[in-house]
Every structure is written in structure tokens, then in C-alpha cells.
Design a protein around this ligand. Structure first.
Ligand code: AMP
Length: 306
């Protein structure tokens, strides 16, 4: 049994109030698979890069035990490129460039060895491609989690709605939940989105945590108040990777395990923002993760005294 992660493997150029990077390795699948690898060893990636991607960058993914048989390298083509600039509050950003390059005609190949996929993470990517991956798996995975963003709502809403129908869990941020539902209230937005297909909805609220909706139940997870946020890029993907990685390790999907998975996902995301790009989440220890999870427990547990 395995966890298959699909998404972009990319070059990013990031600007925050603390500094600027040239092209560094990023991408939804990179962040999500690295995060998942701390919980689940059989993590496999489906993605595409261009000839400009360096072997050492692929090796740094492989070093985490991630299977890259499904990572295509396109000769003579360029990798997906994204550039973004964060505002002073670090909660909002402008996308300066999205160059699809190899993604424009990406035909995902699912190696035979990936057909044992039990957990599927559809990381941020063209919704049509996310859907193709579901169809190319011979057996429907036990759990399909999908992440997406406003970019795809703007240019491929019909495909997005089709794909959403096929998944179990959707993770989006608050602004995207409002855009997708046309409702301002997040509760109303969630109720509407839960009629579109997914049984579970996670609304990420950046530095304000995340909400999990399922039938008439709601769980609210905090975000760790951090004195310094260096670079929020990839926090959402890291969250999603930690979430599904934890569930893959546990093996049983239910509301209670999802609550724990949200805390583990949030813990990994809190590390992600501490350094530029993937630098921090490439170098974590199990002890650091366990200690961070305890901080979350302490942060939100209380006793009502009569
Ligand atoms: P996040 O900060 O969690 O939204 O993720 C940022 C990552 O998503 C960056 O590493 C980008 O390479 C990648 N990304 C940005 N735009 C897109 C897009 N339209 N589709 C897929 N991945 C994207």
C-alpha cells in the first residue's frame, strides 16, 4: 500500500519583507511529499520537470525515501515557474508570474508500482490532470485529498467542479472557499461546498489556523503564534502533506484521526515558514515534530472551572 502525491515540482522566486530568492526548488508536490515522508515511508510522487531541473535537487527528494519513478524529466523544456511577493502582513501575496512550461501538456504516467495507492494527494495542479490521475488508478484509493487555488478557479472552474466531485477531502484557504461558494460566511461556504462532492472540507486560515467541516461537525485547529514568519510559501502544501502522511500512517480514516492529522499538518506548516523554500522542512527530526505537536496541545487545551 502506498501514498501517491501529485502536484507541481517547480522553481520559485520569492520576495518577502525579509529578503528575496533567485530560482529555488518549490512546488506543491515537493512540499507535500517532503512533509508526508516524516510519517509514511511509502510516499511516491507523480510530477513533471524540465531539463533545467538539477539532479541534486531530485536527489534531495529521493534522500527522504520518496519514490520518484513517476517524475518525468522533459528534455529541451523548462520546469514550471512561479514568482510571488508577500505583503508586510505575510498573510497575503501577489503572484508575479506563473509560467506553466512543462505543465502545459503534462500527461501523468502512473507507474505499475504505484497501482497499490491507498491514499492519494492531489496537490495543487491543473484540475484536468488531477482528474486524469484518479482515472488512471485501477482501484479507487481509500482516501483522495485535493488541494487547489484561486488560479484554477479563475481559469478552469468547470474542470475544477468536475474534479471536486470525485474527492473525499478538499483543502482550500478562506478566500478560495468564498470564491468557490459565493458565500462570505465560512460556515455557509462550507455547507455549500460539502454539497459539491467532498465529505470533508478543510479551510486554511493562514496564521489563524484551520477549520475542518464534516456533516454537522466542525473542528477548529489553531496555528502556532510565531514571533517570526520568514517565508509562508508552501505552508499550505506542507500542511496537506503532513495531514495525509499522518492518515496514511494511522491507516483508518475517521473524524477523530482527521483532527489529529490537522494538528500534525499544522505543526509541519509551522516549521515550513521559518526558513525560505523547503530548507526547514528538509531538515526536521522526529523529536522536533513531537515537541511542536505538544506546543499545539498546550496552546488549545483548557479546563472550565465551575
Ligand atoms: P502555497 O504557498 O502552499 O500556496 O504553495 C506555493 C507553491 O505552489 C509554490 O512552491 C509554487 O511553485 C506552487 N504553485 C504556485 N502556483 C501554482 C499553481 N497555479 N499550480 C500549482 N502549483 C502552484
Amino acid at each position: 500500500m502506498s501514498l501517491v502525491v501529485i502536484g507541481t515540482v517547480a522553481f520559485d522566486a520569492i520576495e518577502t519583507p525579509f529578503g528575496k530568492t533567485d530560482k529555488i526548488v518549490g512546488g506543491a508536490a515537493t512540499y507535500a511529499s517532503l512533509a508526508a515522508s516524516y510519517f509514511y515511508k511509502k510516499t511516491k510522487i507523480v510530477a513533471v520537470v524540465g531539463e533545467d531541473f538539477h539532479e541534486e535537487d531530485i536527489n534531495s527528494i529521493k534522500e527522504h525515501g520518496i519514490d520518484v519513478e513517476g517524475l518525468q524529466i522533459k528534455k529541451g523544456e523548462k520546469s514550471f515557474f512561479w514568482a510571488g511577493k508577500y505583503h508586510n502582513d505575510m498573510n497575503s501575496r501577489d503572484t508575479l508570474a506563473t509560467e506553466l512550461n512543462v505543465l502545459a501538456d503534462f500527461d501523468p504516467i502512473i507507474p505499475e508500482s504505484y497501482q497499490d495507492c491507498e491514499f492519494l494527494m492531489l496537490g495543487n495542479l491543473t484540475p484536468q490532470i488531477q482528474q486524469t490521475v484518479i482515472k488512471r488508478l485501477k482501484n479507487r484509493p481509500k482516501l483522495i485529498v485535493m488541494d487547489t487555488m484561486n488560479f484554477w478557479m479563475d481559469i478552469a472552474m468547470d474542470d475544477l467542479l468536475e474534479t471536486i466531485k470525485m474527492v473525499d477531502v478538499l483543502t482550500i484557504n478562506d478566500a478560495e472557499a468564498r470564491q468557490l461558494s459565493g458565500e462570505y460566511s465560512l460556515v455557509k461556504a462550507a455547507n455549500k461546498i460539502l454539497t459539491m462532492g467532498p465529505k470533508y472540507l478543510i479551510i486554511k486560515k493562514g496564521e489563524h489556523g484551520a477549520l475542518l467541516f464534516h456533516e454537522d461537525q466542525i473542528f477548529s485547529a489553531p496555528a502556532l503564534p510565531l514571533a517570526e514568519v520568514f517565508d509562508p510559501t508552501g505552508a499550505g502544501d506542507t500542511f496537506a502533506g503532513g495531514f495525509i502522511g499522518f492518515l496514511s500512517q494511522v491507516g483508518t480514516v475517521n473524524f477523530n484521526n482527521m483532527k489529529n492529522a490537522i494538528i500534525y499538518g499544522s505543526a509541519l506548516a509551522s516549521f515550513c515558514v521559518e526558513k525560505f523554500g523547503t530548507e526547514r522542512i528538509k531538515n526536521l527530526t522526529q523529536e522536533e515534530i513531537a515537541a511542536r505537536v505538544q506546543e499545539f496541545v498546550k496552546l488549545s487545551s483548557f479546563v472550565i472551572s465551575k
